[in-house]
Ligand binder design. Structure first.
Ligand code: ADP
Ligand code: MG
Length: 246
């Protein structure tokens, strides 16, 4: 027991240390991006100089993205549960993604009730959905449809206690995944993309775990992938109001 605690303490300290490092990298990186931006706007550059500056800017952006993903993974915060309308959240994301070039040829189709209420950390669930939708779109280079569906499943467990689960599915028409990826995709730094960080699904996994839920990836025989998310929902307490209307 004592050993296990020490190990978890060590892991927490390591997470804290690497998160601090990531923050420290951000400041000089911002100075590099800012200076290069100024140079690029200078106007009197030769072609090959502009090309080199474009590379520095692109790679700085990539590094910044990596740090953002890393911080989300390395410093998980406990969920702050609240009740909110899931349909509103998904529609907000749909509007947000319209400005994302990865979704130029991708259509989001929604199949969820307008008054579906979730009990979760809203910000964290948004992050989960964004990561899953980004992956789905990135797997669909030729475009197509992503179907987002959700419903509540109720039942009783072996001990006769009532439970309710939110079941959220994201079905894409992308490239699917091989056996190796299926086995490792929730591990940090597992990526099959040239510019991927491999931190998206590791973060998703941590968040889902923090909610006491589970997530599963199933490549489909007919092509594409189905991601299934199950989150336990708490029964509505006395005096709480349901949000409704999407
Ligand atoms: P990244 O997107 O940076 O590669 P992720 O952790 O988000 O990292 O995903 C890990 C890997 O899982 C991806 O590189 C990809 O191989 C695979 N993957 C995730 N989602 C899908 C999907 N919807 N279709 C096909 N492959 C996927
Ligand atoms: Mg990803």
């Amino acid at each position: 027991m004592e050993l296990a605690l020490k190990r978890s303490d060590r892991l927490a300290a390591l997470g804290e240390l690497s998160a601090r490092m990531a923050h420290e990298i951000r400041n000089p990186l911002a100075a590099i991006s800012g200076s290069v931006q100024l140079l690029a706007e200078h106007g009197s550059l030769r072609d090959h100089e502009s090309r080199l500056l474009a590379i520095v800017m692109r790679e700085s952006d990539r590094l910044n993205g990596l740090i953002t993903d890393f911080l989300a993974y390395a410093r998980p915060t406990p969920p702050r549960f609240e009740r909110f309308n899931l349909c509103h959240l998904v529609r907000d994301l749909q509007a947000l993604l319209m400005a994302d070039s990865r979704f130029d040829k991708v259509r989001l189709v929604l199949d969820l009730s307008e008054d579906l209420t979730a009990w979760a950390d809203r910000g964290q669930l948004q992050q989960v959905l964004l990561n899953l939708l980004h992956n789905a779109a990135e797997a669909m280079q030729d475009g197509g449809e992503i179907l987002v569906s959700a419903d509540l499943q109720s039942g009783t467990d072996d001990a006769g206690r009532a439970f309710s689960l939110l079941c959220l599915k994201i079905l894409d028409q992308g490239c699917g995944m091989d056996e190796d990826t299926c086995r490792h995709l929730f591990e940090p730094f597992w990526t099959t993309k040239p510019a991927g960080t491999g931190l998206g699904l590791a973060t998703v996994y941590r968040i889902v775990e923090g909610h006491g839920g589970m997530i599963q990836a199933d490549p489909r025989d007919e092509g594409g992938t189905m991601m299934t998310l199950l989150l336990p929902m708490m029964e509505e307490g006395p005096g709480e109001n349901q949000n409704s209307g999407c």
